[in-house]
Write a protein that binds this ligand. Structure first.
Ligand SMILES: NC(=O)c1ccc[n+]([C@@H]2O[C@H](COP(=O)([O-])OP(=O)(O)OC[C@H]3O[C@@H](n4cnc5c(N)ncnc54)[C@H](OP(=O)(O)O)[C@@H]3O)[C@@H](O)[C@H]2O)c1
Length: 250
């Protein structure tokens, strides 16, 4: 057994920033043909150009995961071009902190729409294509906050917990098509999302709470996704795996 992604077709959502961007780089360096899916066209094209300059195989395609028509046409288009989809790493997500009693129904719906409905749309479209080939690996990026909760994050945490339920249901149904579905729960990973919530001082205080004494990097998540979607991780399915430097158990 080996960890090889040579010629594997890999789709990464939310690939224009943070964890998604690092994930796209890691797969491309491992030999995969990577499709960077995201909304920020300028950033998406910049990243793919840098990859191509290094001789890696990558393309940017516009994708808003809330748009059912766009999700289906992007997945159809990539399948038509590559004749298979081997891996999906679904990183797109966002959260806004609002005190629970001040949440509007519109805020609630926005976050559920991106984080949970978007996960359903991309996962179902990709799973149908993987079933045709009797092979596939899917990883969702949820959040460690589903275990601890987080102040002001009710819709985000609810949607992220929903991704774990979806993972279990999909893993059970899709196993007979040789498709693995797993979900990663990051906590305190250095990305624009984290910087939106923690000031530099708050990050220093955060370090005290992390047994490994460092804030995680996007590669800490990308590396686990790579393992879970490789043949080496082939007997793992339906699992939620926390990546938090030991913070949650301490
Ligand atoms: N960093 C952490 O500590 C941490 C902890 C727990 C969970 N997570 C999860 O990890 C994932 C990646 O987050 P990150 O930390 O890398 O943050 P990030 O740098 O803000 O990246 C989030 C990505 O999601 C994309 N996105 C948001 N809404 C979208 C939509 N409707 N359609 C398509 N793409 C959309 C963003 O694109 P735009 O730029 O176009 O908005 C961006 O590329 C998220 O699901 C997040 O919830 C992160």
């Amino acid at each position: 057994m080996e960890i090889s992604f040579q010629d594997k077709v890999v789709l990464v959502t939310g690939a224009t920033s943070g964890i998604g961007e690092s994930t796209a780089w890691l797969y491309a360096k491992a030999g995969a043909v990577v499709f960077l899916l995201g909304r920020n066209e300028k950033k998406g094209r910049q990243i793919t150009l840098s990859m191509q300059e290094e001789g890696l195989r990558a393309e940017y395609w516009h994708l808003d995961v809330r748009d059912e028509v766009e999700v289906n046409s992007v997945v159809e288009g990539i399948f038509k071009k590559q004749h298979k989809i081997d891996v999906l790493v679904h990183c797109a997500g966002f959260g806004i902190r609002t005190v629970f009693t001040k949440l509007t129904y519109a805020d609630w719906k926005d976050q559920i729409e991106v984080n949970l409905h978007g996960t359903f749309l991309i996962a179902q479209a990709v799973a149908k294509k993987m079933m045709e080939k009797n092979y596939g690996k899917i990883v969702f990026i949820s959040s460690g906050s589903i275990i601890t909760g987080t102040g002001g994050g009710a819709p985000y945490v609810a949607a992220k917990a929903g991704q774990v339920g979806l993972t279990r249901a999909m893993a059970r149904e899709l196993a007979k098509y040789n498709i693995n579905v797993n979900v990663i729960g990051p906590r305190n990973i250095e990305t624009p999302m984290l910087s939106g919530v923690y000031s530099e001082e708050a990050k220093r205080e955060l370090l005290e709470k992390i047994p490994l004494k460092r804030i995680g990097g996007p590669d800490d998540i990308a590396g686990l996704a790579l393992f879970l979607t490789s043949d080496v991780g082939g007997y793992i399915t339906g699992q939620f795996i926390l990546v938090d430097g030991g913070r949650t158990f301490s």
